[in-house]
Design a protein around this ligand. Structure first.
Ligand code: HEM
Length: 497
């Protein structure tokens, strides 16, 4: 379903605008909208039992359109955040991004759900209308299950005069404190993600903000009648984004709801344990590491650190934190010592995958190119998570599949593109905005246009390389690309580029 939505959205948006691929960044963005609008609302909010409801009414009705729009933005951005965070969770779940070294981001994401819900519900309390009364009574009923308060909390709400101004100060404290904890949690959540995307593409950000402003104008947010704990509640306007579990408290009782919440939390937290799989890891050979730190800069999962060199004075070297390494090989693609243009120690390099060294990949490719009998060969390099390229092999087409396209060092491209008999090169793999190893496609693109070290040396090499970042299911595109290139090579009777 989410894949279908993703494909559909790909038609509508430019690659880096696609909301489905910006869910984490959008969640951050919405959080900032909620925070800024929240500060505005707080300036005009009165922290007293009598003043709270009235001050919110004044914000909505007495500030021309400004207060009403800001209130709307606060409410709709919170709702949108519930959507983006839930979709982000489902997407990471479907892509199995809880496995292996990614466990940290997954497990640290789980408490964010609790903090997000607590932040939003705390906001509803402050309005002190009938919905707040319903939320307050239901929350109190939920907490009454725990023997932490001597007198049942729900009992404390039975009469109007029990709720004091001090209680409202406590609510404000919570409504500031819980979102601050959420923010702290969000930063911990991305600690093991290098170059994390916390800001959505500019165009997408503008579209989202415009949509939220439109909603706020077209559907002004209003309060329900003021809360009165001496009155029995009638029907309540529910916020289905955040109050979705509340009806179950009435229906099944607090114990059952805690049971459901506890089980979901436990299941989500334990999920990484069910998906342990062995994979390659990178290792540093200090003898050949010159301390350039390019691998450190490129590792998508912060699995590399720089430390004083093991035996070279005043030099640094890279060190792999194996627990965090996913074995993508992007570091080997970034290592300047991985090059075919050296005459000694050609198989050795500063950093490389243990299981499948780049030198072995190159040796394989050389053999395959020699074995292919056709003239003007076409070399296709793909990745394990894109379209399977092996199926296109024939006398003229040679293929190679890497763990990630970022594993391919630019020096290999210089070498292969200039190798006699190679007519054209095609790089393919994940979609440009959705690399399985997060940064492989993006970094390779930058190396190809010489914006990032290490990069290809010769401009004509860049021109000789075609790119198809189409992910899985790109058989048709690749086949028709091969057809066109074959025709061109035949017509020109020479290598293209
Ligand atoms: C307030 C809520 C959340 C925010 C703001 C948030 C934000 C982010 C951001 C910005 C990233 C980095 C994306 C990138 O640059 O590739 C990320 C990654 C991730 N998030 Fe969240 N997230 C939230 C909740 C969650 C939840 C509830 C889960 C799941 C339980 C989760 C699971 C993950 C995982 C597994 C990654 C790593 C993805 C990868 O390795 O490619 N997040 N999140």
């Amino acid at each position: 379903m989410l894949v279908l939505i993703g494909k559909w959205l790909s038609w509508m948006f430019p690659d880096n605008w696609n909301p489905i691929r910006n869910l984490g960044a959008l969640s951050f963005y919405l959080f900032w909208i909620v925070t800024i609008t929240g500060v505005y609302l707080f300036i005009f909010f009165e922290t007293s039992i009598d003043g709270a409801w009235q001050s919110v009414e004044k914000i909505s009705n007495n500030q021309f359109y400004v207060g009403s729009i800001i209130r709307g933005l606060h409410r709709f951005a919170s709702a949108a955040m519930a959507v983006t965070v839930t979709a982000h969770l489902i997407r990471e779940l479907m892509l199995k991004r809880y496995a292996g070294a990614r466990w940290f981001s997954w497990v640290s994401g789980v408490p964010l759900l609790w903090l997000l819900f607590a932040s939003a519900l705390g906001g509803y309390w402050l309005v002190w209308d009938e919905r707040a009364q319903y939320i307050a009574l239901t929350t109190a009923a939920l907490f009454d299950v725990f023997p932490i308060v001597v007198e049942p909390m729900a009992f404390g709400f039975v009469t109007q005069d029990v709720v004091s101004d001090r209680f409202f100060s406590l609510l404000i404290f919570l409504h500031v404190g819980v979102p601050l904890s959420l923010l702290l949690g969000m930063f911990i959540h991305i600690q093991r993600i290098n170059h994390s995307k916390t800001i959505p593409a500019k165009g997408l950000a503008i579209c989202v903000l415009t949509a939220l402003v439109f909603l706020s104008v077209l559907m002004p947010v209003s309060s329900m009648p003021q809360a009165n704990l001496d009155r029995t509640l009638g029907s309540i306007e529910m916020d289905w984004f955040y109050m979705n579990l509340f009806p179950f408290v009435d229906l099944w009782g607090p114990n059952a709801v805690w049971g459901i919440l506890g089980s979901i939390t436990l299941m989500l937290t334990m999920l990484p344990l069910t998906a342990r799989r062995s994979h390659d890891v990178a290792r540093v050979d200090p003898e050949f590491c010159n301390g350039c730190s390019w691998c450190y800069a490129d590792c998508p999962f912060d699995a590399i650190m720089m430390k004083p060199h093991a035996f070279k004075k005043n030099k640094r070297q890279a060190v792999v934190i194996e627990d965090r390494c996913v074995g993508c090989g992007i570091c080997a693609g970034a290592c300047p010592s991985v090059t075919p243009f050296k005459s000694v120690n050609e198989a050795n390099s500063g950093i490389n995958l243990v299981g499948r060294k780049n030198f072995d990949v190159l040796s394989e490719l050389k053999i395959k190119l020699e074995e292919a009998t056709g003239a003007n060969k076409i070399l296709i390099v793909g990745c394990d998570y894109g379209t399977d390229v092996k199926q296109f092999e024939d006398v003229q087409v040679v293929t190679e599949t890497l763990e990630c396209i970022g594993q391919l060092p630019p020096s290999y491209m210089d070498y292969l593109c200039r190798k006699k008999g190679v007519g054209a090169v095609l790089l393919t793999g994940c979609r440009s905005d959705d690399c399985y190893h997060r940064l492989g496609v993006e970094l390779q693109q930058e190396r190809l246009v010489r914006l990032r070290e290490p990069h290809i040396k010769y401009a004509d090499v860049g021109e000789k390389i075609d790119k198809l970042w189409i992910g899985k299911g790109g058989e048709k595109e690749i086949a028709s690309h091969i057809k066109v290139v074959k025709k061109m090579l035949q017509e020109n009777g020479a290598e293209i580029g």
